[in-house]
Design a protein around this ligand. Structure first.
Ligand SMILES: Nc1nc2c(c(=O)[nH]1)N(C=O)[C@@H](CNc1ccc(C(=O)N[C@@H](CCC(=O)O)C(=O)O)cc1)CN2
Ligand SMILES: Nc1nc2c(ncn2[C@@H]2O[C@H](COP(=O)(O)OP(=O)(O)OP(=O)(O)O)[C@@H](O)[C@H]2O)c(=O)[nH]1
Ligand SMILES: [Mg+2]
Length: 446
């Protein structure tokens, strides 16, 4: 898992700033700090103003030294922090000195990994920390902060308790005569089970709807060639990102850009026009559009209000009808020109022109994003968490048949599988490799 080496890393961002922090964790932390600061001892949890020296007794900096004595630290080990002056040089010079005194450089995520193995944080908290550092929107931070506070841990523990109850009573009824048990025990088990299923299903649905909150929701713009997709992208971005022209087929590949709408960061995807093409490159374009629909949280389907609704438009309408479970906004563009589009072909559309005000469209997108994000429901924040819940549900589902037919050993088997999957959200005991991958994705110094 990990050695007992003393590790060091710069915890702050690399660049000019007023202060940087060098963090050391491990058994030698205090001894190394004493050497570099030429002080005998530091009081736990106190900040001590100190000069720091290199091995040749040259002064490096005046810094605050913080000491956290094991086990009362972030990692659970002895921790020293040097809070020194910022910039590119000083923190690196301090790290060099710490290395000379016998520490080694920390791997990415190693501080958090040690915190995990020393039971200071569970995996939900570790994941929340990793994601909160990379979060770009306020929505994401709010959601992650709830997980940092332990919301998912409590959720998992409640479900674990119910599953354990089910398991315990089943084991007892396998071993003892039924009349020693409360007579309604199987009714109790069934009702607990139904409640768990509802809880897990709701959480899964809500989490999938909000998957985009952390990395940014995806909004795809689709439509046949020349309807103004790239013009809309440029208008949303407020600058000329994509080439636009009156030649159909101008955009040949998908273009992806981030933009802020309300409090949300979204990724806008401009696609090549969808048409019944023989051209190989355009065919690829169509496939990419279909892929863009699949990957998008919101689809903006554009039509040209100045033209009649032709077969190519009908192909788009077909495509969006097939995807009616998605949030789809239909827009009749070029409404500044004379209208020829037969509106009986589509329902609930917005008429606008990318040459004029597009705020009704932006408002509509913002409303959808708001309704996807504003909720008190608990949210899973990673694919790992989502698949653990899916596997839990799957096993609970499988346990129903043996419960009803009284095959209690089988029932117990599926419930213990479910228990293992739900527990893996906070503490996967058996999968070191997965942990290595996960912590390896953390940024350096975390
Ligand atoms: N300077 C500094 N700021 C920081 C951190 C840090 O490590 N250093 N953090 C790092 O992520 C975050 C704060 N999280 C922390 C969580 C636990 C402990 C800690 O020492 N816990 C001990 C002692 C608690 C106490 O004395 O009250 C413990 O839990 O036993 C420190 C920071 C954000 N800000
Ligand atoms: N009058 C008018 N012209 C528009 C409007 N929106 C776009 N256009 C024009 O329509 C033409 C096509 O616009 P693009 O944005 O390149 O269309 P596109 O859908 O990206 O086209 P492809 O990339 O070929 O699929 C350009 O000449 C635009 O200036 C509009 O609202 N009104
Ligand atoms: Mg285009």
């Amino acid at each position: 898992m990990f050695d007992d080496a003393t590790i060091v890393a710069i915890a702050t961002a690399n660049g000019i700033g007023s202060i940087s922090i060098v963090r050391i964790s491990g058994p030698k932390a205090h001894e190394i700090a004493s050497k570099i600061s030429q002080k005998n001892a530091f009081q736990p949890r106190l900040a001590t103003l100190s000069y720091l020296y290199d091995t040749n007794k040259n002064l490096i900096d005046e810094a605050l030294v913080l000491y956290f004595k094991a086990p009362f630290s972030f990692t659970g080990e002895d921790v020293i922090e040097f809070q020194c002056h910022g910039g590119f040089a000083i923190a690196n010079m301090i790290v060099d000195e710490v290395l000379k005194q016998g520490a080694r450089l920390a791997n990415p995520g190693e501080f958090s990994k040690r915190a995990f193995f020393n039971n200071k944080i569970d995996l939900t908290k570790a994941e929340a920390i990793a994601k909160i550092i990379e979060a770009r929107s306020e929505d994401a931070v709010k959601l992650l902060a709830r997980q940092l506070k332990g919301e998912l841990t409590t959720f998992v523990n409640d479900i674990r308790e119910d599953l354990l109850f089910m398991l315990a009573y089943t084991e007892v009824s396998i071993d003892y005569a039924e009349d020693d048990l409360p007579s309604d025990i199987f009714e109790q088990i069934k009702s607990k089970m139904e409640k768990i299923i509802v809880k897990l299903t709701n959480t899964l649905d809500a989490s999938k709807r909000r998957e985009g909150m952390i990395e940014g929701f995806k909004v795809a713009i689709i439509g046949k060639p020349n309807v103004g997709k790239s013009s809309l992208l440029n208008k949303l971005l407020n600058y000329d990102r994509a080439i636009i022209s009156d030649i159909a087929g101008t955009t040949r590949d998908t273009i992806e850009e981030s933009v802020k709408i309300g409090t949300h960061i979204i990724k806008i995807v401009d696609t090549a026009g969808i048409r019944n093409a023989s051209d190989v490159i355009e065919k690829i374009g169509i496939e990419k559009s279909i892929q863009a629909i699949n990957e998008a949280d919101i689809v903006i389907a554009l039509f040209d209000n100045s033209k009649i609704c032709d077969d190519e438009d009908k192909k788009i309408i077909e495509l969006i009808d097939e995807n009616s479970h998605k949030e789809i906004i239909k827009v009749l563009n070029k409404s500044d020109l004379e209208n020829y589009f037969d509106k009986s072909n589509i329902k609930d559309f917005i008429e606008l022109s990318t040459k004029e005000d597009i705020s009704p469209l932006i408002k509509k997108v913002e409303n959808i994003l708001d309704s996807n994000t504003h909720s008190d429901e608990m949210t899973l924040i990673s694919k790992r968490q989502i698949s653990s819940v899916e596997n839990t549900l799957y096993n609970i589902d499988l346990s129903k048949t043996p419960l009803n037919s009284g095959e209690l050993e089988f029932f117990a088997h599926y419930i213990s599988e479910a228990l293992e999957h739900i527990s893996a959200i906070t503490r996967p005991y058996e999968n070191d490799q997965m942990l290595d991958v996960m912590f390896g994705e953390f940024c350096l110094g975390k």
